[in-house]
Ligand binder design. Sequence first.
Ligand code: GLN
Length: 538
Amino acid sequence: MHTAKYIFVTGGVSSSLGKGIISASLGRLLLARGFTVTVLKLDPYINVDPGTLNPYEHGECFVTEDGAETDLDLGHYERFLNIHTSQANNVTTGRIYQNVINKERHGDYLGTTVQVIPHITDEIKYHVKLLGNSGKYDFVIVEIGGTVGDIESLPFIESLRQLRWELGNSCISVHLTFLPYLAAAGELKTKPTQHSVKALQEYGVQPDIIVCRTSHHMSVGMRQKISLFCNVPPTAVIECMDAQSIYDVPIAMMEEGLDREVLRKANILSDQTLDLSAWNNFLKHLKNPSKTIDVALVGKYVELKDAYKSIHEAFVHAGVANECKVNVKIIHAEKVTKATVAELLGKMHGVLVAPGFGNRGIEGKIEAIRYVRENKIPFFGICLGMQCAVIEFARHVLGYADAHSSEFDIETKNPVIDIMEEQKKISGMGGTMRLGAYPCRLEKTAKSFETYKTQDISERHRHRYEFNNKYLGEFEKAGMMVGGMNPKEKLVEIIELKNHPYFVGVQFHPEYKSTVVEPHPLFVRFIKEALLHQENVK
Ligand code: GLN
């Protein structure tokens, strides 16, 4: 049988060091050597999945093809590796305990005391091996969320210890730490790294490779010091300098030999040269844009970039495809009013209205849409952004002053956006939305058909409300057309305005499918339209 190797990535000293980017970068390098790779994220929190968390907690909730609501790191894995992840690629403490408790109730452990070791750790190992045993992958990279020493991550670290014991060289441990720079001394410090490795060793895990996140280059002496104190060869001390862009990290890791160290440790001889030509080409364009445009992202998480992570990255990909730098300005939806809208959006070359839940900022989003519709500024609405475009049109073009979504006004006489039939009987909040990939058939006269260049597409969803087809005829008569529809359920998936240079709203989330090598066509087109608008207003 095809046996997979497991590479665990843990973090020490501090959170937010970029374990997700390191995992994705290592995956990219192994792929470039011709191996098959997937990445699993283990999250130590007790929520069964991040679907019910607000973005202030862990940033955006990423949605997979099969409808799993997952950690945003899965977005990095998909964007870097150009793969599809699934439910199997993100497991939380909550899911592990839920499974174990369900088994206990079912009687699977009859007669025994159910304990963290071995029952919880067995369940964790089962999920890790599920991917490895699928026969599809040479490498399963397993990122353990949190920081070594956290109470929450202990069962995951213990599972790593057991797997190393069971699998020997087929299980590799990469530990990411941080080297603080003391400006007064003009020095980087290795002590926190030593302590972090000691903490890991206390749990019985000896790291094979130590990746040091740093703002300054490490000296040879420092590498030797970390090597000596932490029991790793100096070649396995990898410097990870702060990078200008996350997309620089795979190249930096290649130069530092991270993949080479992993292969050495796994006893794999690879004479394959790394083929990173597509990646390097992307970077070349990313670093040398020939033009710049300003695009507004109207949303309600202004101070929190991670809330719209996939949208930001999709803009980076689409910018590269248009050889242009996209300056994304986040506009606080609550600040948009009739009085401020021209000042906030007047100079923008395109406006994207963000997805979201809840009432906050809705009226500002509607005002922003009115402005771009009337002033013919390219518009792109995603999910709630599309729904707001429908409400705006109903209020100001069709004349239904009270038009709304029943999500925000249950009493409205004109629910132009309404709860889906199948959602009415659902009471629980976790994992119950319309989630994951659904087909959509494009209308041949639509701009979106021109964009996708194919009639049947599939995109990912995450919502409970939908365009209310009762109003469809009226919208069409007034110039808003259906650009795409779910062929079976007849749900409106894309709306477009006929009498506007570019006004497209989509009920789905195209941002989840944009990757470095396959930028999303709707984002590429939106940037192209924004560039055209920039030309026209010059
Ligand atoms: N709140 C809206 C709904 O549930 C939109 C969701 C979204 O933007 N993802 O339909």
